[in-house]
Design a protein around this ligand. Structure first.
Ligand code: F6R
Length: 605
């Protein structure tokens, strides 16, 4: 998704802007651009495709300038093209924008009546033109305030103004924005990751804030236009985990390091000496929780789905799940005794944040499970549980999904222990089993070679189905999503028992069908569903446990994952599905770390 960088320095900034834009590439984007002030004029350069293309343009036509803004765009209004790429500049003003201006059509019409002409199809250009117009009649601060007042929707902005050639302006409403403090230079960025290569001292803007950066100071104004001081945070240094090392791409590193990330996470939450889970100060006493509602989007929603299945087994209270983009607009009956849990890797997903905000406005207690602990969702929740997975750079989520499930599982065990819904003995047993998880994941990762062979079968597939029951159903959903995202194949996850109610119609000769049938209470039933698929010509890939022998001549491949406790099996089931998506995409030569149309941090609605 879109990303912003701004730098004001006492030396040329172009190359640092380009390097920072490269850090933002993980978010997913389709075009890039930069603007600096050179000899008193705005110098804008933009292109479609990668930041590398922009770098080539700058090599040919260098752009000096001691201050500038840069952007990677993920198209919302208008196709990906050079004209629609950001920045959008007039002679006076240049703007980069994350978010969506909902009333842009009306504003455009009003400005056209005044004689202004528009070059692009974007909503952003209205900001450029509005500000240009106000600057003709008002001073800088009034012009910015008047412009922002006119905008409906969400935005994070970076602005250059020709008349004010020593400053970069930032503004935030709804989309995240941070500033960073450097030596004789200051920075603006849509996430701290991009700023981290330059500084670890940052401040997050709150909604409604405007900031003005020079190379020696940063001033903040709140939504009431009052000058305010803001806290400077020091970011932790997790640089190593953001390097690819010997891996071909980040995704393969992130899949293959899951035994390490889960170990780190377990260490953070499980007290090895006391054999206890370190979770205290719940926003509602677990004994008093009436209902738990788990909310997320995409992969994060699937981890909520998984938690619903676990929690229902472990607790006597109702467990609901919701997709954030639906939750935020429904007539939810809020209850102060309910716990609302938000799951988000980035902690910046606009829909999840809006759902959290709705909960806050209704005075109910919130808990968030995030990877980015400095994110907006974390900062606005009553209770934050980090997944300790380290930065996830591959746009498609892998280690974060496993981390989200892990923290949800740990939370479930702890709540049920406090509620006395599981015995002390069972609690200790679960903790002990949990400690085996990293080794089990390491063992499961050994299926890589087999998956590479299986993946070849998918090259000419029209579509793929993933079927599972019980704990395997949410994993089937996630397996299908991963394959869709990376290999652009149509894939569906279904509860195996639901096939006969319609979807069997999709099974035809040669259609690959992944059957998730671990050794659990559903095993025989799932195998019967598998036979229904085989009878209709489906090409079955069966994933089961090592101690299961399924005799069926017509199963094309059987893949065995290590035997494990029923509750831990979903973690292991996930691994071959991640690897499958990875290898199918790799055989097709697709961009693994930046699959098309997928964004790492979905900061628009
Ligand atoms: C899938 C994927 C997306 C995200 C979703 C939520 O691989 O990356 O489906 O899971 O956009 O993102 P977060 O977890 O950042 O809220």
């Amino acid at each position: 998704m879109c990303g912003i960088i701004g730098i004001v320095s006492n030396k040329p900034v172009t190359s640092n802007i380009i390097q920072s834009l490269k850090k933002l590439e993980y978010r997913g984007y389709d075009s890039a651009g930069i603007a600096t002030i050179v000899n008193g004029n705005i110098d804008e350069k933009k292109c479609t495709g990668r930041v590398d293309n922009l770098e080539k343009i700058l090599f040919k036509y260098p752009s000096a300038g001691f201050l500038g803004i840069g952007h990677v765009r993920w198209a919302t209004h208008g196709i990906p093209s050079q004209i629609n790429a950001h920045p959008h500049s007039s002679d006076e003003v240049s703007v980069v924008h994350n978010g969506i201006i909902e009333n842009s059509n009306q504003l455009k019409k009003d400005l056209e009546k005044k004689g202004y002409k528009f070059k692009s199809q974007t909503d952003t250009e209205v900001i450029t033109v509005l500000l240009t117009d106000f600057l003709k009649h008002f001073d800088l601060i009034s012009s910015i305030n008047k412009t922002l007042k006119k905008l409906n929707g969400s935005f994070a902005l970076g602005i250059l103004i020709k008349k004010h050639k020593d400053i970069v302006v930032g503004a935030r409403r709804g989309s995240p924005l941070a500033v960073g403090y450097g030596p004789e230079e200051n920075y603006l960025g849509s996430d701290s990751y991009a700023l981290k290569s330059m500084t670890n001292r940052i401040t997050y803007l709150d909604d409604g804030d405007v900031c003005i950066l020079t190379n020696s100071k940063i001033e903040f104004y709140n939504s009431k236009n009052q000058k305010v001081n803001k806290k400077v945070l020091t970011l932790s240094n997790d640089k190593n985990t953001a390097e690819k090392g010997d891996y071909k791409d980040f995704m393969s590193k992130e899949i293959n390091e899951q035994h390490i990330t889960t170990k780190t996470c377990i260490k953070e939450y499980v007290d090895q000496l006391r054999q206890d889970i370190n979770l205290y100060s719940f926003p509602i006493k677990p004994e008093n929780i009436k209902k738990i509602i788990l909310i997320g989007c995409g992969t994060a929603y699937h981890s909520c789905f998984m938690a619903k299945y676990w929690f229902e087994e472990m607790m006597s209270i109702p467990i609901e799940i919701d997709i954030a983009s639906e939750f935020r607009y429904r007539k939810i009956k809020f209850d102060k005794k309910n716990l609302y849990v938000f799951v988000s890797q980035s902690g910046e997903t606009a829909d999840t944040f809006a759902a959290l905000d709705l909960c806050k406005k209704n005075n109910v207690k919130t808990c968030s499970i995030v990877n980015a602990v400095e994110s907006s969702i974390a900062r606005h929740s009553d209770f934050v549980l980090p997944i300790h997975a380290g930065p996830e750079i591959g746009v498609a989520s892998t280690k974060a999904f496993v981390g989200q499930m892990l923290v949800l599982y740990i939370l479930g065990i702890k709540i049920s222990e406090i509620r006395k819904e599981i015995s002390k003995e069972n609690y200790l047993k679960k903790i002990n089993e949990l400690k085996q998880l990293p080794d089990l994941i390491k063992l499961t990762l050994k299926c890589q070679d087999k998956i590479q062979i299986i993946a070849k079968d998918f090259l000419n597939a029209k579509g793929v189905m993933f079927l599972g029951r019980g704990f395997s159903f949410p994993i089937a959903l996630e397996g299908a999503l991963k394959l869709k995202e990376l290999s652009y194949l149509h894939a569906e996850g279904y509860p195996a028992g639901e096939m006969k109610h319609g979807p069997l119609a999709l099974i035809e000769e040669g259609l690959p069908v992944i059957i998730l049938a671990p050794k659990d209470r559903y095993f025989e039933k799932t195998i019967s569903n598998m036979q229904e698929v085989i009878a209709r010509g489906g090409k079955v890939i069966l994933i089961t446990n090592e101690n299961r022998n399924v005799i069926s001549e017509n199963v094309r491949f059987t893949l065995k994952i290590p035997n494990a406790d029923e509750y831990l099996t979903p973690f292991l089931m996930t691994i071959p599905l991640q690897l499958l998506a990875y290898h199918v995409a790799s055989l097709k030569n697709y961009d693994i770390d930046k699959p098309r149309n997928l964004a790492k941090s979905v900061t628009v609605e």
